[in-house]
Design a protein around this ligand. Structure first.
Ligand code: PBG
Length: 327
């Protein structure tokens, strides 16, 4: 034999010398769930060891993340039911929970990169990412609101807006409004290839944001999120978002969609983020709890696969666990 591949696998020293993919704290974007109240740290039922924080405890958490070398967070808020309506009025409240959360993180850690979820569902009494009307999710009314919502986050100090809704044209609306209002330094990370996935279940528990039963509208998000059978469409969506002004694009969920990440890597020249979503987190936690999978090694394998596929940014509920393991 002239070639023996096992030579390069013979010891950890050799393997680490030729390893193609390394994970560092710089890879991560940490999703954080924020609630009203004081002293609140609530574990999410379907996301063991993951929590919702009130603003006072958010301060402590982001300081801890920063000390670990985790320098970017993605904020989500759980909105009280009495503030929900059809058009996300509360989302534009300059003193709303998101706007206060942004300031709280910046006060605690001025250099922390603050990204914010821009979408109607946490504010929608119907649990949809858009305005409901005439038996549909009304696209253009929604994008106008999303742009205002993004502007409101930018005013509160957000560094990067992350629209997770999948309406058409929302990046253009948002970017145009930011330019008009002088927020030309505010970034946009577009959820550009976001699939209608059943892996989002635990997240909807976390924010109490699942779509409700309506007579004339399906209880899913398939009229705006992408069909998981499609691949070419992800390229079309993503190229459009880049033309409309997105700085970073995203594929979501993670593991089942790494072919899409690889496809995009070949055709785009902007950073690609992958969101390893709540259902992926829950699956591993559950299997590990049963003793069926080894938590840490499966976690590292999954995160490495996401980066190997071509992601520069990994939004993951495992971020802290991984960084602790890196030592
Ligand atoms: C909604 C939104 C969802 C997630 C992020 N933003 C759920 C959905 O589309 O219904 C899911 C994240 C996760 O599952 O971890 N705008």
């Amino acid at each position: 034999m002239l070639i023996r591949n096992r030579r390069l696998r013979s010891s950890e020293a050799m393997r680490s010398l030729v390893r193609e993919t390394y994970i560092t704290p710089n890879d991560f974007l940490v999703p954080l769930f924020v609630v009203e109240g004081k002293g609140v740290k609530q574990e999410i039922d379907s996301m063991p060891d993951y929590y919702r924080y009130s603003l006072d405890l958010l301060t402590k958490e982001v300081k801890e993340l920063w000390a670990m070398g985790l320098k970017a967070v993605l904020l989500f808020v759980k909105v009280p039911d009495n503030l929900k309506d059809n058009s996300g009025t509360e989302a534009l409240n300059a003193d709303g929970l998101m706007q206060r959360a942004i300031k709280t993180v910046k006060d605690a850690c001025p250099d922390m990169l603050v990204m914010t979820d821009v979408a109607l569902d946490p504010y929608s009494k119907f649990g949809h990412d858009g305005v409901v009307g005439n038996g549909e999710i009304v696209n253009d009314d929604t994008t106008a609101i999303l742009a205002e919502m993004g502007l409101s986050h930018a005013r509160a100090g957000a560094d990067v807006l992350a629209p997770s809704d999948m309406m058409d044209g929302r990046i253009f609306e948002m970017r145009t409004l930011l330019e008009d209002e002088g927020f030309y330094n505010t970034g946009i990370m577009s959820y550009s290839a976001k699939y209608a996935s059943s892996f989002y279940g635990p997240f909807r528990d976390a924010l109490d944001s699942a779509p409700v039963d309506l007579k004339d509208i399906p209880k899913d998000k398939k009229t705006y999120q992408m069909d998981f059978a499609n691949r070419d469409e992800a390229i079309k969506e993503t190229l459009m978002d880049i033309e409309e002004g997105a700085d970073i694009v995203m594929v979501k969920p993670g593991l089942c969609y790494l072919d899409i990440v690889r496809d995009l890597r070949e055709v785009v020249n902007v950073p690609i983020a992958v969101y390893q979503v709540s259902g992926e987190y829950a699956m591993l936690k559950a299997a590990a709890e049963k003793g069926w999978l080894d938590h840490d090694s499966v976690m590292m394998e999954q995160i490495t696969a996401i980066k190997r596929a071509g992601a520069q940014v990994i939004a993951s509920y495992f971020a802290k666990d991984v960084v602790k393991l890196l030592g």
